[in-house]
Write a protein that binds this ligand. Structure first.
Ligand code: CO
Length: 208
């Protein structure tokens, strides 16, 4: 892929959109009204809108290495705040994926410099679920399970925020944990039990 090709592709895309609706871009420029906030991994194989069959304007997206929601990360916290309070999304999804390089790196003991503190958040997930993970002897299976548990713990982090707790009370906003299976292309709902998580979280992290 040459960068020049991107501009050719872009012009082709514009022409295709205008063929179906000559107001397509003027309508799009007016506003956005997404109902979903998607927090996923930066991995180039997990193409958010494409795999969900969603069009521009339908999903608000945040991506970083290993779909993390660290409590002190201003970027993801700002995205959540904006999506919930201004855009009024009704659902928040944390979507992980099998074969996640970030999760894999956290399972190994290499020193990755600047990446260490980021990956430490995943190691914290490992520590929280150490008993279960250590019982799983098959490395590949342990890796897959850590991907799922990481999604679960990032959903907990989303639920700890005041904006999310308030929006749940006011309009029933929900948090979901999904995994994208890179081997089959299928999305899997982990059925995280959002209300149970919320109740447990609020025992300690309740805001008002
Ligand atoms: Co990844």
């Amino acid at each position: 892929m040459r960068l020049k090709d991107i501009f050719d592709n872009n012009r082709h895309w514009v022409a295709e959109k205008l063929k179906t609706d000559d107001q397509y871009f003027s309508k799009m420029a007016r506003d956005q009204d997404p109902k979903l906030l998607y927090i996923g991994c930066s991995d180039s194989r997990v193409s958010t809108e494409e795999l969900m069959g969603m069009a521009p304007g339908e999903v608000f997206v945040h991506r970083n290495i290993a779909n993390m929601v660290p409590n002190t990360d201003l970027s993801v916290m700002s995205v959540i705040k904006y999506a919930v309070n201004i855009l009024k999304v009704q659902d928040i999804v944390v979507c992980g994926h099998y074969n996640c390089g970030g999760v894999k790196a956290a399972m190994e003991s290499a020193d990755l410099g600047l990446l260490n503190p980021w990956l430490r958040n995943i190691r914290d997930v490992y520590r929280l679920h150490q008993n279960e993970l250590n019982k799983t002897e098959d490395v590949e299976q342990r890796y897959r399970r850590l991907v799922e548990l990481n999604v679960l713990e990032q959903c907990v982090n989303v639920t700890k925020t005041a904006v999310v707790q308030r929006a749940y009370k006011e309009r029933g906003l929900r948090v979901h944990g999904w995994v994208f299976d890179i081997h089959t292309g299928l999305l899997k709902d982990l059925n995280i039990g959002f209300e149970d998580i919320l109740n447990k979280v609020m025992e300690i992290y309740r805001i008002d």
